[in-house]
Design a protein around this ligand. Structure first.
Ligand code: MN
Length: 347
């Protein structure tokens, strides 16, 4: 399968396009706030501001999305400008940021968290968790009621501003946690318990104050009715994707994508300048820890091939090999990489 198709199908490219919410005022505001060169964009809600009434009022949704979330995106773009973070997918930025990266924690987290929040809410409450997710909820919390109780307790007891999360760890175990401010479980250098967020509930006052004032508990009961369990199930599906579970593979993929896609368009400059990085990452991948669920002979053999072929490609580039030979080499490497990802997804 072609890489872009593959990524779209796995839901990992969601939110990449520039999308505007309805309304002239928002359109004008965003045209002013965002330039086409900004790496991060405000995603659209996917539903109207009043769609979550009576649980969440339209005015709160509009301010929350068009002002608060837009503000995080704008400040994030400023914070990453001219840094290597501008080239990274948001999830990799979350993983890499250090506790001292305050602007990235606040604004990168603000962008990540709210993008997820809009996705996991729905206008109607008649959605159901997938059989897989339901089984995991029953296993870890006894029942849906047990999950609700655990989740709402985490949300109620979060002091000040923050989030309550349902997340999955690398082994696929579900857990509930909460984080302060705009931190999240993807920030593994920051979070008490790192993992991939499946469901997040915003407990900042800006999420509920207009309608509920200080009654956080009433807001939580209401927002629970607006959870889109189909979207949460999709998040749960993504949580077992090899790029989520296996960080080094994801890092390799990042360089592969940044060199292979330009090559497809006839631009060999990226691979010529980054072949050393690609070889170093393949070496790290082959020598590093393979997540248990992927640790099979097929994967190990292909990792060895990836390391060998990427070293050969780097040598070719260093020795001034022909464009034709370099193109052939990177195409072959891309195929080996996809055999690894394919093998991981067959588990
Ligand atoms: Mn918020």
């Amino acid at each position: 399968m072609h890489k872009r198709t593959f990524l779209k199908q796995s839901g990992l490219l969601a939110g990449a396009a520039i999308l505007f919410p309805s309304g002239w005022a928002s359109l004008v505001a965003q045209t002013r706030l965002f330039s086409p060169d900004d790496p991060f964009k405000l995603p659209e809600l996917g539903y109207a501001y009043d769609a979550l009434e009576p649980y969440i009022d339209a005015r709160t949704m509009e301010i929350h999305h068009a002002r608060h979330h837009a503000g995080y995106v704008r400040k994030l773009n400023t914070a990453v400008k001219g840094t290597p973070y501008a080239e990274l997918p948001l999830r990799q930025l979350m993983r890499r940021l250090a506790p001292s990266d305050t602007a990235l924690r606040n604004n990168g987290g603000g962008h990540y968290n709210h993008s997820l929040f809009w996705k996991i809410l729905a206008p109607s409450a008649d959605t159901e968790p997938s059989p897989n997710l339901m089984e995991a909820i029953q296993k870890h919390f006894g029942s849906m009621e047990g999950l609700k109780e655990t989740m709402l307790k985490a949300a109620k007891t979060r002091f000040g501003s923050g989030w309550a999360w349902l997340a999955a760890d690398a082994e696929g175990r579900l857990f509930v946690t909460s984080t302060a401010n705009q931190d999240n479980p993807m920030m593994r250098q920051v979070a008490d318990q790192p993992g991939y967020p499946i469901l997040g509930i915003d407990v900042w006052e800006h999420a509920y104050y207009l309608k509920y004032q200080n009654r956080r508990g009433d807001y939580l009961e209401a927002v629970w009715n607006a959870v889109n369990w189909e979207a949460v199930s999709k998040q749960y599906g993504i949580s077992s994707h090899p790029f989520i579970v296996w960080e080094t593979l994801d890092e390799f993929h990042n360089i592969m994508a940044a060199t292979f896609h330009p090559l497809e368009e006839g631009d060999l400059q990226p691979i010529k300048s980054r072949s050393g990085e690609l070889a170093a990452e393949a070496k790290r991948l082959a020598k590093g820890h393979i997540p248990a669920r992927f640790d099979e002979t097929g994967v190990q053999d292909n990792l060895k091939a990836l390391r060998k072929d990427s070293a050969a490609l780097h040598k070719l580039v260093k020795n001034g090999g022909s464009d034709e030979a370099i193109t052939k080499g990177l195409n072959a490497l891309q195929e080996v990489f996809h055999r690894i990802v394919g093998a991981c997804m067959e588990e």
